[in-house]
Design a protein around this ligand. Sequence first.
Ligand SMILES: [Zn+2]
Ligand SMILES: [Zn+2]
Length: 380
Amino acid sequence: MQKHKIISEKKTTFLGYILLFFMSIFIITVGNIIFNDIEKELLEKIEYPSYCVSDIVDSDIKKIENLNNKNCEFTKLDRDFNLEKLYYKVILSVKNIIILNKNIKTYSKKINKLENKINNLLVKYNISIKEEIFKLDSKNFDYKKLKSDFKFYEDKRLNLESNLKQFENNRDNLILKIDNNLKLLKNNYKNAKKFYKEEIYIYNFKLGLLELIFILPIFLIILKLYFKLKAKDSKNTIIFTFILSGISFLLLEVLFKIISNILPANIIEFLIKLASEFVIFRYLIYYFLLALIITIFVGIVYYIQKSIFSKNAVAYRRLKESLCPDCGFKINHNDKFCANCGYEVKIECTKCNNKTLKDMSFCSNCKEKIEISHLDREKN
Ligand SMILES: [Zn+2]
Ligand SMILES: [Zn+2]
């Protein structure tokens, strides 16, 4: 058993871990601030065509009853596609059409109610007529009064219907009046949307590329430093582990952006739609992404740890610096055993019977392959 416990130099204190953790959070935050800056400064973002226009062109003009967007602002894209001018050419008529549509709706409802009443009267009138014909005693209904009521409602209905007709005519005239401009607006809006989609695709691609150009060299430098320190078993490795994880997070973020831009748009739209309709689904996506990122990181770290801290690699590095392959205690060239842990450093070569290092591949005297080594030790 070892008399002295060797404190691993690759670790740090609890406070150290906390500080390092906040450092990597800080790196991620600063990285995102820089990404935002790249987005704002380096590229001119293209705006979506005005939603005021979509209010009009996406609705059935014969049924439109309200506009969602009251305060309209137009951007360069709107002006480039003549959307602003066309919008102002039709908006007054559209507002009048909306009023007319509302009237048409209320009048239709009124007429409907009246028709119900008239139908009821007709039924009652028929009953009263039958009573009259068959000379039944009980006179449930006064058919003369029913007749006059019927006449009254019928006139009212006709009146309402002529009003309704008037509204519909006015509306249809208005629609006809703006028809050309409306068609133009629809067509231009469609083109503007198409243009926007292409532009935003290129924009996102450029943005992803710029961010990648920014983050990739930093990532590679840190990765190289990390491997260098790790190979030397340096006590500073832990610092670089945290820096690297912060930078890796930023790199993954950029890669995710690039990939999501390349993916077919309808898949993204479908996911966004699902996410907005089902809150649970959104959180499922968050959890999935979180799990994915953690899995990737754990996988990378596990792989690195496994290759760099295999007993094989550790023994090699320690022997190179005249340290015990097992515990890292300083050993002399001629030592057969480690003075600290008792590990058998040298064994007898099976061919020449000289003492040679157990953990190396060949005998240092006769270059015979050494079969007993750390590998056997690992199996036990
Ligand atoms: Zn030892
Ligand atoms: Zn030998």
